[in-house]
Ligand binder design. Structure first.
Ligand SMILES: [Cu+2]
Length: 167
């Protein structure tokens, strides 16, 4: 056997050994919750699984987010039913800016009881009015804290509108 063959064999052993070292113990198949030995049951969850509260995980876990997509044809779905406290994200899939705002155009008083000139800008997000245009590919999110049927429109294209029903 020449040196090269020996080196190849040694490298192979290192690679295979390293693979098993990195792979760690075989994952156990999920059971129906019965007969899990106490040791396994108390083991921490696999590090590959996101855990709420861990650093960097908050962005991945968006609770109760509903999506409405905007295009040049309008908002889709045109009517969305949600529960109070839920977040609706309006995604701009059109080629122009999108300014989501509560009815009625042009004052936007329906949701907040205040007009555009009174509630904009709205950094706390209380008026259901983006108060600005989101660019193509951008989005705008709003948390609905009031029950009711809330008509809205694109302030830049007021003929395009929809409604969010909050229960
Ligand atoms: Cu408007």
């Amino acid at each position: 056997m020449n040196k090269t063959a020996i080196i190849i064999i040694i490298l192979g052993i290192i690679v295979i050994g390293g693979y098993f070292l990195l792979k760690g113990p075989e994952a156990t198949a999920p059971t129906d919750g019965i007969n899990i030995p106490e040791e396994e049951a108390t083991e921490p969850v696999s590090s590959e699984m996101p855990v709420i509260g861990e650093e960097g995980v908050e962005e991945m876990v968006v609770v109760n987010e509903k999506i409405i997509t905007y295009s040049s044809a309008g908002f889709s779905p045109g009517e969305l039913n949600i529960s109070i406290g839920e977040t609706v994200t309006f995604k701009n899939g059109s080629a122009e800016n999108m300014w989501v705002a509560s009815g009625m155009h042009p004052t936007h008083t329906l949701y907040s009881g205040t007009s555009l000139s009174e509630h904009c800008p709205d950094p706390l997000g209380t008026a259901f009015d983006a108060c600005a245009g989101a660019p193509p590919g951008g989005s705008w999110s709003f948390v609905f804290e009031k029950t009711g049927t809330w008509g809205y429109h694109d302030h830049l294209h007021p003929t395009l509108f929809g409604k969010v029903v909050v229960e």
